[in-house]
Design a binder for this molecule. Structure first.
Ligand code: ADP
Ligand code: ASP
Ligand code: MG
Length: 412
């Protein structure tokens, strides 16, 4: 039997009614002759609640226990989905990550998938089971501890299963009807795309577009998984949603094809650091060891042998970054006058593979922001993206202005 992977996000399994609606959708695919692997998220809001409980109990928590707690939301929805399918006379059972087993490394709270053996589930399909419901977001480490794949990780579970079972397609059911030129909740003029290239989606995801977890796009690209994002609230059709596909499969596309934003960005500045060879290594070495995801970096021009060094990192990592740098200072490895964290910033990015061959995108982006009176604090560019750090209060305005300036409401 051909295999189909169907993933239902938090809002799609938010209550028993929604689980029933999702199960009906699964029933339709079973009736077409598919063996279906359903990946479920926790009910919406549940994971946030669990994370909150962990933080309240232990601010510098043991990540193994964090994973034990936050993975539990998916166990509930997996069991409920299997029960719902059974009530519809569809042979189904649930699997927690460790039962599959979905094997990961030991990087708790952001573990990477290493292997998904398919024999257990295939044996059940051979016995007549039609649906394997798998708890998303979780796995098991070589030490036998429960791991999680990072926020939004059920997308990655879904794509990894599609690759491991050579599925015909991986359908990601969510609360929007596809991938848009930007978050439709921030810019009402956002336009739904029929197709988007892996590379563009990868950039958008890593720059903050939560519609797919970055790692899921990476895996889909590597294993050539046919990945589709569609709404769990609308009647499905063969052309519904957005297909994430190879660049060659897209005929026309705008120079800039999407705008992403990330609210959870912080700007940290080391004031008055000695400007001498090796200093960057001494600053960023300890940050990397502490697991800080440094994104943008600026080093100011030195004056009298001292300079300021600014970098950005996720807001939730600010405390850890401060600790790592202050410890390096105490050891005498680095010397700075002050460390200032600005958590009232956000990152706005323009993404498009057309940027490889067209110039002028940066100039247009800066002009647009300046016309709105928005000050740019940090800039970073790569082959297909330009990112800026600005005050968070201008986030919506900047996204909308850039969407207008690049005419993203119009198709290429
Ligand atoms: P789920 O719980 O189903 O995984 P998520 O909340 O993780 O859903 O992802 C869907 C959300 O992603 C949408 O509700 C939307 O607000 C947001 N989003 C951000 N950028 C985009 C985009 N470019 N296109 C569509 N949705 C986007
Ligand atoms: N429930 C997890 C989260 O909220 C995983 C997911 O939904 O993809 O991050
Ligand atoms: Mg998600």
């Amino acid at each position: 039997m051909p295999v189909l992977v169907m993933k239902f996000g938090g809002t799609s399994v938010a209550n028993l009614d929604r689980i029933r609606r999702a199960a009906k959708r699964v029933g339709v695919e079973v009736a077409k002759g598919y063996d279906v692997i359903v990946i479920v998220s926790a009910m919406s809001g549940k994971t946030n609640e669990l994370v909150g409980w962990v933080n309240e109990t232990s601010p510098m928590y043991d990540a193994r226990e964090y994973d034990a707690v936050v993975s539990s939301g998916e166990n509930v929805t997996a069991g409920l989905m299997a029960l719902t399918l059974q009530e519809m006379d569809i042979p189904a059972r649930s699997w927690q990550g460790w039962q599959v087993p979905l094997k990961t490394n030991s990087a708790h709270s952001s573990a990477r998938i290493e292997e998904i053996p398919n024999d257990n589930i295939n044996a059940k399909f051979a016995e007549g089971m039609k649906v394997a419901v798998v708890a998303g977001f979780q796995g098991v480490s070589p030490e036998g501890r429960i791991t999680t794949l990072g926020r939004g990780g059920s997308d990655t579970t879904a794509v990894a299963f599609a690759a491991a079972f050579d599925a015909e397609r991986c359908d990601i059911y969510t609360d929007v009807d596809g991938i848009y030129t930007t978050d439709p909740r921030v810019a009402p003029k956002a336009r739904k795309l029929d197709k988007i290239a892996f590379e563009e989606m990868l950039e958008l995801a890593s720059l903050g577009a939560k519609v797919l977890q970055t790692r899921s796009v990476e895996l889909a690209m590597r294993y050539n998984v046919k990945l589709r994002v569609l709404s769990s609230f609308e009647e499905p059709s063969d052309t519904a949603g957005t297909l994430v596909c190879a660049e060659e499969d897209i005929m026309e596309s705008n120079v800039v094809n999407g705008i992403a934003y990330s609210r959870e960005e912080a700007k940290m500045t080391l004031i008055s650091v000695a400007d001498r060879p090796g200093i960057a290594a001494k600053i960023f070495g300890p940050l990397s060891e502490a697991g800080i995801n440094v994104d943008m970096i600026i080093q100011n021009i030195a004056e009298e042998g001292r300079t300021d060094m600014t970098f950005s990192c996720p807001t939730e990592q600010v405390k850890r970054a401060e600790k790592a740098l202050n410890e390096a200072k105490e050891r005498g490895d680095i010397n700075f006058h002050d460390l200032v964290a600005d958590t009232n910033v956000c990152k706005i990015s323009a993404v498009g593979i057309g940027m490889r061959s067209q110039s002028g995108v940066a100039a247009k982006m800066f002009k647009t922001l300046s016309d709105e009176g928005i000050n740019i604090k940090v800039i970073a560019t790569s082959e297909i993206k330009i990112s800026v750090l600005i005050d968070r209060k201008y986030m919506e305005l900047a996204v909308q202005a850039l969407h207008d300036a690049f005419e993203l409401d119009k198709a290429a």
